[in-house]
Write a protein that binds this ligand. Structure first.
Ligand code: AMP
Length: 138
């Protein structure tokens, strides 16, 4: 995988405001926060998108995410927050190294804004679930 700003942060070539670090995971403040306390959580493994990540790194992220969320809640005093994880440019990924955003939602204006255009699950549901289920177990 090619070098990214996050791989350079992991390598210590670029500074960050570190929140948490272990063997597999690094967490630091987002440089352009959507709200105070906007925090990024990344695997040290160089994976572009979440689906490329090893189970070991994924497990390490899953283990620590709730803890970092609790810290963000406690320190910002903000009970509401979103987790965001973008994959590929079409889905708003700008840094091509897996990362989770923890974004406090202190009010209507700050934090994550969402446009949510729900459809309706129709006749395709059974076949879709079957195909996905088969793909998951492969
Ligand atoms: P995404 O659109 O999901 O790829 O988000 C990338 C995030 O990385 C953005 O929220 C940026 O503000 C953040 N970011 C980019 N460079 C840095 C940096 N050097 N330190 C901290 N956060 C950064």
């Amino acid at each position: 995988m090619s070098e990214t700003i996050f791989s350079r942060i992991i390598a210590g070539q670029i500074p960050c405001h570190r929140v948490y670090e272990d063997v597999h995971v690094l967490s630091f403040l987002d440089i352009s926060p959507l709200a105070p306390g906007h925090t990024l959580v990344i695997p040290k493994e160089p994976a572009r998108t979440l689906d490329e990540l090893s189970e070991e790194s994924a497990a390490a992220l899953g283990r620590v995410l709730p803890r970092i969320c609790r810290a963000v809640k406690q320190v910002t005093g903000c009970a509401a927050y979103n987790l965001l994880q973008n994959n590929e440019a079409a889905a708003h990924q700008a840094v091509f190294h897996v990362h989770f955003h923890i974004i406090p939602k202190p009010d209507e204006v700050r934090g994550l804004g969402l446009r949510w255009n729900p459809g309706k699950l129709g006749n395709e549901a059974a076949e879709l679930a079957r195909a996905l289920s088969e793909a998951v177990s492969r």
